[in-house]
Design a protein around this ligand. Structure first.
Ligand SMILES: [Zn+2]
Length: 315
């Protein structure tokens, strides 16, 4: 029987029976508000899902199975907002661990000034790519199997915690892997994002069905991620960011469906492909609105990503 991972509550409310991939069950703890997917896969089934299904349905360009090199190149285009949040946390010579590091693009960008860089990633072709092409220390094993103890100054976990069947245990393992005074930078999708809260009812329902995702076993709000970080021993500050464009928001608003890819949803700002004065003028208008749109979502904590700076106390 499913119980809440955060408060051990057993009073769960059914939120949804349809997810992006078809039938599914999304439940919310009545005690603490944590939202979970009710999915009784064991670790072998989960591993199989990542080896055989995940990359096909969740590459940065939907439906395309990308090589690690292509994935790496695309990922580099999306890192600036993460690096902006990380920059106040970076110190020369830091030992850095990234959990769920994908093809290693972020670690690659952090190389140079850092000390030891270690990446953990379940998808073995990415780990091979990091070792052979990037020269980064990388493992497919989980954090506990590797037994790091107070070995890192900075741990990073981007859009990965919600994929693990036991996020609280993962946070405790990250806490143990950090030195006293170390910092965890964590990003998770925001369950309270603007699309899910504010779209008109018909398109909002379509959006939520898309939002609930087989790979995402947990869905966090500012309140529940703060509580889970506290349960693992961290004190944290949570801010919010929005990666998707105003065009993407309007696409959902009017059509109730996603754009072709993560890249088109986050990089394309203009509405029109033409070069005439009207098209160029409209595109310029959208470029002007884009930073104000993102600032509005960040300021109202309704962007797509919650960004947590979580600190392990000095002993
Ligand atoms: Zn709970």
């Amino acid at each position: 029987m499913l119980i809440c991972q955060l408060c051990s509550g057993q009073d769960l409310t059914l939120l949804a029976t349809h997810i992006r991939e078809g039938e599914g069950r999304i439940v919310q703890c009545a005690g603490c508000g944590l939202i979970m997917q009710d999915l009784d896969w064991d670790s072998e089934r989960l591993k199989l899902y990542y080896e055989e299904e995940y990359q096909g349905t969740n590459s940065l360009v939907t439906g395309q199975l990308q090589t690690p090199l292509k994935h790496f190149a695309d990922r580099l285009l999306t890192l600036d907002p993460i690096l902006e949040n990380l920059s106040p946390l970076l110190r020369p010579g830091q030992d850095i661990l990234e959990l769920g590091c994908g093809c290693g693009a972020l670690l690659h960008r952090l190389g140079g000034k850092a000390g030891r860089l270690v990446g953990l990633e379940m998808h073995s072709p990415f780990v091979d790519f990091m070792r052979q092409d990037l020269g980064i220390e990388a493992y497919t094993e989980g954090l506990d199997a590797l037994g790091f103890h107070e070995a890192f100054d900075l741990a990073i976990c981007i859009a990965s915690l919600d994929h693990t069947p036991d996020p609280l245990a993962q946070l405790r393992s990250l806490w143990a892997a950090l030195r006293p005074g170390g910092v965890l930078y964590l990003e998770v999708p925001n369950e309270e994002d603007a699309l899910g809260q504010h779209l008109p009812p018909a398109t909002r329902e379509a959006y939520k069905t898309f939002f609930w995702h087989r790979a995402h076993l947990f869905y966090f709000s500012r309140k529940t991620i703060t509580a889970m970080l506290a349960a693992a021993g961290f004190s944290s500050e949570v801010t919010c960011r929005h990666d998707y464009t105003l065009k993407n928001h309007l696409n959902w608003y009017f059509l109730g469906r996603p754009q072709a890819s993560f890249l088109s949803g986050t990089v394309e700002i203009g509405l029109y492909p033409g070069n005439g004065p009207f098209e160029q003028g409209m595109n310029a208008l959208f470029r002007e609105m884009e930073p104000r749109f993102k600032a509005l979502l960040a300021g109202t904590m309704s962007g797509d990503a919650l960004c947590c700076v979580a600190r392990k106390p000095e002993m």
